[in-house]
Design a protein around this ligand. Structure first.
Ligand SMILES: NC(=O)c1ccc[n+]([C@@H]2O[C@H](COP(=O)([O-])OP(=O)(O)OC[C@H]3O[C@@H](n4cnc5c(N)ncnc54)[C@H](O)[C@@H]3O)[C@@H](O)[C@H]2O)c1
Ligand SMILES: O=P(O)(O)OC[C@@H](O)[C@@H](O)[C@H](O)[C@H](O)CO
Length: 397
């Protein structure tokens, strides 16, 4: 019998990574999984079907599907359901997008107050599975903003763990009409690495979850390699009129820049975290082949979504430049990617609209300073400006 039989898991965000990865691992580990979401159609479908299919999208596993069973859903607007499930939960995870964490924190705070009031003394871990350094720590800080009583704060400090993690599996939007809205398509590769030093209570037993005492190295390795290359491919691809990541990477010049950028961030990561350069190059090769997977139709607009978040000082584009500078290393390809992100214009993406408006209002140099933290008249700011000019609106590479 599974060590997690009879235990409940609550996962916020029944979207791509929620259904396609974290929910799947939790269900396979024996938890009874409940998804919490704001999207009524997803919750209705989960409570009707209690099951969904995962399609593995690659040549080797073509046609292979897994079924995730015994799942259900609640709306985050239903406070009574949120309180009940958080009182009963043995683990909570999220995959809602980093900007949504402050909203989810309100639900979690409400639930934790109810859990303490109900006299539950068992430990609980809450893991934010988002592409952001320190996402669970951010969630913790947001939850604390909604706790006023000393008893609730003490309860959280003693009983509730917020371990950070690195999460990796490419899960693009997917549709298989005959299977309704819950079916999801994923690549076969997956990696979930959790900070064991921040876990509370008995050791978690979840096949597919790895534990580490050096999480920051793994978070930066993933965010500054896969997400760096992915974002640069999306922004250059968008400029040149490609729709998907594999189409964009089929352009030899784009592939050269994407690989060049991953090698630049890689050299800095090896210095910083002591990764073996040969092993790290194999890690880059594997990522490049994952981007080429023709069975994954991943739109450049999904991968490029929210450009201001991606251009933030510690995120996938600026973070590696700062790390390369720390060691006196080159970062020319990374700068090209940053310039392409600044050229990204998608009227369906509110951050792209905000970025365009900021550049128009303040001028490029000031906008770059505000978004990336590279102040006006610094060499980084100037290099970005000159790459932006060279790129033009059509992506001259
Ligand atoms: N898709 C991937 O390939 C992938 C891989 C690794 C990590 N991630 C990370 O996972 C997170 C989610 O990405 P995704 O691709 O699954 O996005 P998604 O848009 O498919 O899913 C997000 C889900 O969150 C729900 N949501 C929004 N606001 C909410 C709220 N207040 N409460 C509860 N649910 C809410 C949405 O309705 C949606 O179902 C992001 O941080 C992303 O960076 C994604
Ligand atoms: O989710 P984002 O917007 O931070 O980044 C877009 C993609 O790069 C990302 O979702 C990847 O597919 C994922 O990180 C793969 O593990």
């Amino acid at each position: 019998m599974s060590p997690n039989a009879g235990k409940k898991a609550l996962h916020f965000g029944a979207g791509n990574i929620g259904r396609g990865f974290i929910g799947d691992l939790l269900a396979n580990a024996g938890y009874e999984v409940t998804f919490a979401d704001v999207a009524e159609p997803l919750i209705t479908a989960l409570n009707k079907d209690h099951s969904y299919k995962i399609h593995i999208l690659d040549q080797e596993h073509k046609g292979k599907t897994d079924t995730v069973d015994h799942v259900s859903g609640i709306l985050t607007t239903n406070e009574a359901d949120v309180k009940k499930i958080i009182t009963e939960a043995s683990i909570i995870t999220t995959a809602v997008g980093p900007n949504v964490l402050p909203k989810v924190a309100i639900n979690i705070a409400t639930g934790l107050k109810a859990r303490r009031a109900a006299g539950v003394t068992s430990e609980l871990n809450i893991i934010a599975c988002e592409n952001r350094t320190g996402a669970s720590s951010l969630l913790h800080d947001e939850v604390l903003k909604h706790l006023t009583s000393e008893e609730d704060k003490k309860y959280v400090a003693e009983k509730i763990g917020f371990p950070n993690c690195a999460v990796d599996r490419i899960v693009p939007p997917f549709s298989e009409e005959s299977e309704g809205i819950l079916a999801v398509g994923v690549e076969n590769f997956h990696e979930w690495i959790v900070d064991e030093t921040a876990l509370k209570g008995p050791k978690l037993n979840i096949p597919g979850m790895q534990l580490t005492d050096n999480l920051i190295a793994f978070v930066q390795r993933k965010l500054f390699t896969l997400n760096t290359g992915h974002a640069i491919c999306a922004y250059l691809g968008f400029l040149k009129g490609y729709s998907t990541v594999d189409e964009a990477l089929g352009d030899k010049r784009i592939e050269e820049i994407v690989r060049g950028a991953m090698l630049e961030s890689g050299a800095a990561l090896c210095k910083k975290h002591g990764f073996d350069p040969k092993e790290h190059e194999k890690y880059i090769d594997k990522i490049q082949s994952r981007f080429h997977n023709p069975y994954i139709h991943d739109d450049v607009v999904r991968v490029g979504r929210e450009p201001m978040r991606k251009l933030a000082p510690d995120d996938r584009l600026i973070g590696p430049v700062k790390m390369a500078e720390e060691y006196g290393l080159k970062y020319d390809n990374l700068i090209k990617g940053i310039a392409a992100a600044l050229r990204y214009e998608n009227s369906d993406d509110s951050q792209s609209e905000d970025l365009k408006a900021l550049i128009k209002e303040k001028g490029l140099a000031k906008a770059v300073a505000e978004v990336t933290g590279f102040e006006e008249d610094t060499h980084e700011n100037r290099e970005i400006l000159s790459s932006y000019e060279a790129l033009g609106t059509k992506g001259h590479l």
